[in-house]
Design a protein around this ligand. Structure first.
Ligand code: SF4
Length: 580
């Protein structure tokens, strides 16, 4: 039977508990958000003794369900002050699931300074002193951990940003090649891990029992349907859009739509878009390596395989991976059109343990406020490599995110919601994603409800990007997304399952088969709603009101070129999404 592992950092104990009946049919975001709702005081300080950090594999994580190696990390966010779940793909969580662990709850507060690691195997859980790894870059530390714990180890960690409890610190996991590059980036959960004195969770699943499947026939039936859909769809199939150009395939598309935020959301088109796109990464690699390089999986069993690696002129690796959000945040949003510089900045974020979206958003706000010029990539590198890495006073300001930096420099153009900076879609030009930013329980977050699919990509239907009446669209996407985040599948399966109904059916059948539940596709939205209702209740108790569900004022009067549009979605539409 799966267990919950409770780790107490006050007295450094780790104990296995039975899974309460009410958690039996939950996993991933559904489980982390429910445990945070049940166990964390919404009014607590996110970096104080009463916050908890929860890790959970999705429902089908650890099985051979395609593209299902996602971990959800949850807690109260130091960035937003609300509930947070942030997910990533890594073999680490597959190992956790195979060990029969349904969730890891980290709680308590260290009595003295010092860093600790946790080592989990089928034989038990041990703490190990980790001071020798503190204050150092993760690219230097990961190989040493693999040497110490063996090649079969899987690593979860924080970087120096988490050690310094910066609000843009993410939780980092290894990729398939052992790089420190897969991030539960958003919301500063790395700082929560830092506040507990926990530097690593190392897992080795050798000899693990594996994940129990209640109804293997139903599970396999669903798995086949989903696999078929993923292999058919142009975006998710082998050598399809994502496998060839990565998520950065979106750069030219969103730029063409006039919704590519440029120079801290001053314009909706970037003159350097083509030079920093997924196509440019693919073509540059081809020239430099003398062959076409398709992307790889972030964890075993992903059939989409969207993660790129970028190489320099000499054929040496610069970094893996440059996501759409990353090339935008550290590129167009900062006015930087130099892909090598974007690669270096991405590497720095991985090395320091930073969320690339918040890092780029913060540098852009600093540039807009006059600290640097737009396009000054050397200055941007200096901010991360010298100020943040060394923890200077300026580094601490930058490390605490865009809203904090805007306040520190008296700057009003801060494009965030609930303290979290917006990702790479301009809400004035693409209204549905703006509604999602406004009302998401997570702060400005595109992954809460990816309405870009119908608004721009024509996936799951086609709607007008400028239409403001999208309360129902935003609601449906958020509910369905909360369910997908619970299954353990990567959200990118949505491209296929929105267009191919049997794929959606397959996803639900996999979960029903694994759990022995009698779910049908109609249950997905119901389950998603229940999860979001708990997240909303947590945020209300934490002090959030309707006035927090709004976009920044400057977007209401500053016209965004090239469409010269303002944010004009009525507040009534925003309030109608969740009917409160
Ligand atoms: S589609 Fe990309 S991000 Fe998603 S699981 Fe696969 S490799 Fe990872």
């Amino acid at each position: 039977m799966p267990k919950i592992l409770r780790v107490n950092m006050t007295d450094r104990t780790a104990t296995y508990e039975d899974v309460p009946e009410r958690y039996k049919f939950l996993g991933g975001r559904g489980l982390t958000s429910t445990i945070v709702y049940d166990e964390v005081d919404p009014t607590c300080h996110p970096l104080g003794p009463n916050n908890k950090l929860v890790f959970a594999p999705g429902i089908v994580t650890g099985t051979n369900a395609p593209t299902s190696g996602r971990v959800s990390v949850g807690g109260k966010s130091p960035l937003t002050g609300g509930i947070k779940e942030s997910n990533a793909g890594s073999s680490w969580v597959q190992a956790v699931a195979k060990l029969g662990i349904k969730a890891i709850i980290v709680e308590g507060f260290p009595k003295e300074s010092g860093w600790w690691g946790l080592y989990i195997t089928k034989d038990g859980v041990e703490f190990f002193p980790a001071d020798e790894y503190a204050g150092r870059g993760l690219y230097e530390v990961y190989p040493q951990l693999f040497e110490r714990f063996g090649k079969k180890a899987h690593i979860c960690s924080i970087g120096v940003a988490g050690e310094m409890k910066m609000a843009m610190a993410g939780v980092c996991f290894n990729d398939n090649h052992g790089r420190p590059s897969r991030y539960s980036g958003r919301g500063g959960l790395g700082a929560v891990m830092g506040s507990k004195g926990l530097k690593f969770i190392v897992v080795d699943d050798t000899g693990a029992p594996g994940v129990e499947i209640a109804n293997p026939d139903l599970f396999n039936q669903g798995r086949k349907k989903l696999l078929e859909a993923l292999r058919q769809h142009d975006i998710t199939k082998p050598k399809g859009g994502l496998n060839t150009y990565g998520t950065a395939i979106l750069v030219n598309i969103i730029n063409e739509a006039g919704g590519y935020p440029t120079r801290n959301f001053r314009e909706g088109r970037f003159e350097g878009a083509a030079a920093t796109s997924g196509e440019a990464i693919f073509e540059n690699n081809k020239k430099r390596l003398g062959k076409e390089l398709y992307n790889h999986a972030c964890h075993p069993g992903c059939v989409i395989q969207c993660s790129n690696t970028y190489y320099d002129e000499k054929g040496n690796e610069i970094v893996s991976c440059i996501e759409y959000e990353t090339t935008w945040a550290l590129g167009a949003n900062c006015g930087i059109d130099n892909l090598e510089a974007i690669g270096k900045l991405t590497w720095l974020c991985n090395d320091l343990g930073l969320d690339t979206i918040e890092a780029g958003g913060t540098i852009a706000v600093a540039m807009d406020a006059g600290l640097l010029s737009f396009g000054d990539w050397e200055g941007a590198i200096r901010l991360l490599d010298e100020e943040v890495r060394k923890g200077t006073p300026l580094g601490h300001i930058i490390g605490n995110g865009a809203a904090f930096t805007g306040k520190a420099f008296g700057w009003y153009r801060v494009p965030g919601v609930k303290g979290q900076n917006m990702p790479a879609y301009e809400p004035r030009a693409i209204k549905g994603i703006g509604i999602t930013y406004a009302i998401s329980t997570m702060g400005a977050d595109h992954t809460s409800g990816y309405t870009i699919a119908p608004e721009i990509l024509g996936v799951g239907g086609k709607v007008d990007q400028f239409d403001v009446n999208k309360a129902e669209l935003a609601r449906n996407f958020q509910y369905t997304t909360a369910f997908i985040d619970t299954t353990g599948h990567c959200l990118f399966i949505a491209f296929a399952i929105l267009d191919i109904p049997s794929g959606f059916e397959g996803m639900v059948e996999e979960c029903a088969g694994l759990l022995g539940a009698d779910w049908t596709p109609d249950d997905a939205a119901r389950i998603g709603k229940e999860i979001i209702d708990r997240e909303l209740a947590f945020n209300r108790a934490a002090g959030f009101t309707k006035s927090d569900d709004r976009l920044p004022e400057f977007m209401k009067y500053e016209k965004l070129p090239p469409h010269n549009v303002v944010w004009d979605v009525p507040d009534e539409v925003l309030d109608a999404v969740f009917g409160e």
